[in-house]
Design a protein around this ligand. Structure first.
Ligand SMILES: NC(=O)c1ccc[n+]([C@@H]2O[C@H](COP(=O)([O-])OP(=O)(O)OC[C@H]3O[C@@H](n4cnc5c(N)ncnc54)[C@H](O)[C@@H]3O)[C@@H](O)[C@H]2O)c1
Length: 668
């Protein structure tokens, strides 16, 4: 399709004339059939809801078609309206627009639906099995039209993918405000999501899926590398590296697909089980995993060789993770590091495939016999934990990887609890990410070059290295390791070929690093060194963005980890300090009802106005979370917030006093 036709198509939104129905493309990875949860009356309501996007004259054709989609897939995706043009992160000015900020958002959301990036592109699912950008194609078409038409005096309001419309605002306001899955707390169980989503009124936006900030698996490679490296440092006896040591885990999906790459960057032997052959094939063809095995004995032989030669390599096992763990126990294989990244935030609808049930059979069972499927998942989790426990007894360091593994395993009755009610294994945030990164303000800062040119990305990499090296010269000892790891990461980023989709980069940085890098980018855009605006943002999985008691805030020990004030304050604060778009979600990572998380995107266009905004917003966006972590008595955060106050006298944060333990003894 020519560029002009593409632009015309965007501007027409939902087409006047019905496009032809589209055949189901079996070559793509599709979302599993969702549970049949609606009553017949509710199904009519779902149809009424879907048909309100279309002129009445089309209803007679669309009603039976949508009813069939609901029956066949458990959702109404409106496949017929999927556009014919290729959806990807084009260069910013290819998107028709009146606001360049809006055009940048079009680029970002297109990236979330790119076939090379999205997990189930035809179902508008970006990652995590149910992490949706939109619920249906009508929402996508309308949103793109609104973005193309809007000016910098308007704000687009998105309710769980539904574009409520453009509302007058002002140039300093966000161009888009996104809410995803924001239901009343009492209606936040897994089945509530199934019901509301099937009705077309609420969606699971994961973290960066529904907020258009996904940058493919690279987004998580850096965090995973930091985690594996530091897990390695934890088990090292004499400061030795991970060479010849095994890191065993599961999942080659959206995020989990980063694990083999991260294992290799960290210098280990990565072994990853993945049940879905399409996911294995995708990651193998992208070079993210080196070798694939379907036979466990063959795999074991290869592992032996890799261990003996201290190879740095990643090996995929195409099969169930439980079979892999049990094989290791049976053959008495010594595993140094273990984790899991199946999508257990979504255990009953395709996030986890139980052992002993075939992949296709599972898909069928979860839709037709959900109760039996649930039992199979629970039994599988119990078996998985027994095998992990056996290996942990022999010295494996196992950690939960933020996918609700411990939570769901405990709910399944697995042997995973201490007598005091804590889990026997830590989460990676409790042991690593929280105390070493988040408490000091380090988190997954990222940027996207809207020219979509690799040359621009190279320039930004170079700028970021220069900025960090300058900061590192005077960094206090408490954060020197983090600075060193991040500089090493960004120096190797290009070589590690991390880009899938938009020209994006992730780099863990603290408030100072983020601000100085963004400022330097803005200057380079102003001088023409970078050819087009740059979008900055971050994963929601960050210092301040996410309240999640089993993940991001699992190292908050003052009893407040079940509150969500930080995430809500954060998004409100970002929105009036200059973010180009903001989002707040229920669910993300660990499941619907288990987490509140938010994010932002900001378009750097080289203007002086942007300089003002980026400083104001990034300072808040990081220090809000440090202040909360400091109030929770986390020592790294107390250090970091005091340092921030010294640097900016306008910041005045309430500091905690520490009470002597012995004073509290014998009081109750
Ligand atoms: N640690 C982190 O920083 C982090 C970040 C984001 C997400 N997560 C969580 O990790 C999980 C995975 O995320 P994702 O985006 O990769 O999801 P995904 O659904 O794309 O990938 C999970 C993969 O696990 C596979 N799988 C499921 N059951 C299996 C089994 N029994 N054996 C082998 N393979 C199995 C699935 O086929 C799928 O490909 C999610 O719960 C997510 O929320 C963790």
């Amino acid at each position: 399709m020519s560029l002009t036709d593409f632009q015309k198509t965007i501007l027409q939104g939902i087409p006047e004339i019905l496009p032809n129905p589209k055949p189901f493309d079996a070559s793509l990875n599709h979302a599993p059939k969702r549970k049949d949860i609606l009553s017949n009356e509710e199904k009519k309501l779902a149809l009424r809801n879907a048909l309100r996007y279309f002129d009445k004259k089309h209803h007679a054709v669309l009603a039976p078609e949508f009813a069939k989609e609901l029956k066949d897939y458990g959702r109404i995706y409106m496949y017929r309206f999927r556009p014919d043009y290729k959806i990807y992160a084009r260069s910013i000015d290819e998107f028709p627009h009146r606001s360049r900020q809006a055009a940048a958002i079009m680029l970002m959301l297109s990236n979330n639906l790119d076939y090379a990036v999205a997990q189930h592109p035809h179902e508008l699912i970006t990652y995590g099995g149910n992490g949706a950008a939109f619920m249906n194609w009508a929402q996508y078409l309308l949103t793109m039209k609104y973005l193309a038409e809007m000016t910098d005096e308007q704000t687009l309001v998105l309710y769980s993918g539904h574009p409520m419309g453009l509302f007058p605002s002002h140039k300093d306001a966000p161009r888009v405000v996104v809410t995803n899955g924001m239901v009343i707390p009492n209606y936040s169980k897994q089945d509530d999501w199934e019901r509301f989503n099937a009705l077309g009124v609420s969606q699971y936006g994961q973290m960066t899926a529904g907020s258009f900030m996904y940058i493919g698996p690279q987004g998580i490679v850096h965090g995973t590398t930091i985690t594996v490296l530091n897990a390695g440092r934890k088990i090292a006896k004499n400061n030795e590296s991970l060479a010849g040591k095994l890191f065993v885990t599961s999942g080659l999906g959206g995020m989990s697909g980063a694990q083999p790459k991260a294992a290799v960057i960290a210098g280990a032997i990565g072994i990853i089980a993945e049940i879905n052959p399409k996911a294995v094939q995708t990651r193998h063809s992208q070079g993210w995993v080196d070798e694939v095995f379907t036979d466990l004995d063959e795999l074991l032989k290869r592992i032996e060789k890799a261990k003996a030669n201290k190879e740095v390599v990643s090996l995929a096992y195409q099969g169930n993770i439980v079979d892999l763990w049990e094989k290791f126990v049976k053959e008495n294989i010594h595993v140094e590091l273990g984790s899991d990244q199946t999508s257990l935030h979504n255990p009953w609808a395709g996030g986890y495939y139980p052992v002993g049930v075939g992949f296709e059979e599972s898909k069928e069972m979860m839709a037709t016999n959900p109760e039996l499927f649930k039992e199979k998942v629970k039994e599988s989790l119990r078996r998985q934990v027994s095998a992990i426990n056996a290996l942990a007894k022999k010295g494996m360091y196992f950690f939960d990887y933020g996918n609700a593994f411990l939570l769901e395993a405990s709910r399944a009755g697995a042997d995973i609890m201490k007598p005091n009610g804590d889990f026997i294994y830590p989460s990676y945030v409790q042991d690593i990410m929280g105390p070493m990164c988040f408490d000091y303000g380090f988190g997954p800062f990222r940027w996207v070059c809207t020219s979509s040119k690799p040359e621009d990305l190279d320039i930004t990499d170079k700028i970021a290295i220069d900025v960090l090296e300058e900061i590192a010269k005077t960094s206090p000892v408490e954060i020197q390791q983090q600075m060193k790891d991040n500089i090493q990461w960004i120096k190797g980023a290009k070589k590690n070929k991390l880009v899938v989709g938009s020209q994006a980069r992730i780099l863990y940085a603290d408030a100072e690093g983020r601000t100085k890098i963004a400022e330097a980018f803005n200057n380079a855009i102003r001088s023409g060194k970078i050819s087009a605006p740059v979008v900055i943002g971050r994963d929601h999985h960050d210092v301040s963005g996410t309240d999640s008691p089993y993940r991001e805030t699992s190292n908050i020990y003052d009893g407040s980890k079940y509150t969500a004030d930080m995430a809500v304050q954060n998004v409100i604060g970002d929105s009036f300090r200059g973010a180009t778009w903001v989002s707040i979600h229920n669910g993300g990572g660990v499941g619907w009802g288990e987490v509140i998380n938010g994010g932002f995107g900001m378009v750097l266009d080289g203007s002086a106005d942007t300089d003002r905004r980026l400083k104001m917003m990034l300072f808040w966006d990081v220090n809000n979370g440090i202040a909360r972590r400091s109030w929770a008595r986390n020592e790294g955060a107390v250090f970091a917030i005091k340092r921030a106050m010294e640097k900016n006298p306008e910041l005045k944060v309430t500091l905690p006093n520490f009470v002597e333990d012995k004073l509290l003894e014998n009081l109750f």
